[in-house]
Design a protein. Structure first.
Length: 321
């Protein structure tokens, strides 16, 4: 089968498309013919081994798993003998961080893993882009304990995480203020944000509102910069990045007894979460934003585009047309 492989860590051009063996199917596995996948921030981090400690999971000197890729949507091509929850021909989607392998024509994973049936009318590209950003957004929401009726600010509302967070928060009946650039004000308003601030004009820097939670989906702020935006009776700041000198890992301990505090979101994914996202896709409560689409043969260009930092939403890679 055709797959995008990387045999060493480094920039996008360490990836190449090659013929590799099709994965074997264990008795508890499903084999998925991958129609669409994505290139996202998670893939870029593992490919470049940044931060360095990711090598403890992926290989100290070189990658243990040459085929990257976390998100997928496709059709079940085979099932193991003990699999009863999926059948050949089922349209499925899911998330496979850790084992990876979605940047290929076929993917084998446990039938009990982070995989679910796709809603009937949802395209493969949409389903493929529905898990990475959304599962980080869910981690923000659950870690902060956000509830209906609260006020939340999302900084970086045009990325995969931020655009998902705006929609998931609105589904929970939260009042959302979103921060983005001038070019994407209309897009973010269309996602359901109640108020949109333009950071390129200084509108965000001058903003005086206060919130139950500030979610930085791009990791470009600090707790010190955003403390003024937190409600004095218990506001929470969360960032998708560790911050300068990894302060977002330390500040949760320092601020644990303070009213304005820091939490760090640790994402988890399982079959229940994917099924929840399938429900949101089916009802239209959540539709991932897609910026550009590439073919598998163009995956290096997809990596290069993601690393410009200018993508809006998700970058999809079409594997099987």
């Amino acid at each position: 089968m055709k797959a995008a492989v990387h045999m060493r860590y480094g920039p996008p051009d360490v990836v190449s498309v090659a013929e590799v063996d099709r994965p074997s199917v264990g008795e508890h596995d499903v084999l998925v013919a991958v129609h669409a996948t994505t290139v996202n921030r998670t893939d870029c981090a593992y490919r470049a081994a940044r931060p360095f400690f990711v090598r403890s999971a992926t290989g100290l000197t070189r990658p243990k798993r040459p085929v990257l890729g976390t998100e997928f949507a496709g059709v079940v091509a085979a099932v193991g003998r003990d699999v009863s929850n999926f059948d050949v021909g089922d349209r499925v989607f899911g998330y496979n961080e850790g084992e990876f392998g979605t940047h290929a024509e076929f993917l084998a994973l446990r039938a009990s893993g982070s995989i679910a049936l796709m809603p009937p009318d949802v395209p493969f590209a949409t389903a493929a882009a529905a898990t990475e950003g959304a599962h980080y957004a869910l981690a923000f929401i659950r870690t902060a304990g956000i509830e209906a009726g609260q006020d939340v600010l999302v900084h970086g509302a045009t990325g995969a995480i931020g655009s998902a967070a705006v929609q998931l928060l609105k589904h929970l009946d939260v009042t959302v203020t979103a921060v983005c650039d001038t070019a994407n004000l209309a897009l973010v308003e269309g996602l359901g944000a109640d108020e949109v601030l333009d950071y390129t004009t200084g509108e965000f820097a001058r903003h005086t509102g206060t919130y139950d939670a500030v979610l930085d989906a791009v990791g470009r702020s600090t707790f010190g910069q955003c403390r003024r935006l937190l409600k004095p009776d218990g506001g929470v700041y969360l960032s998708s990045e560790m911050g300068p000198w990894a302060q977002n890992l330390v500040l949760p301990l320092v601020t644990v007894r303070r009213k304005a505090r820091v939490r760090f979101p640790v994402p988890r994914h399982d079959q229940r979460m994917i099924a929840y996202l399938a429900t949101l896709l089916a009802t239209g409560a959540f539709t991932p934003v897609i910026d550009r689409r590439f073919t598998l043969d163009e995956i290096v260009a997809a990596y290069e585009y993601v690393e410009t930092g200018r993508k809006v939403g998700n970058v999809v890679v079409d594997v099987i047309g």
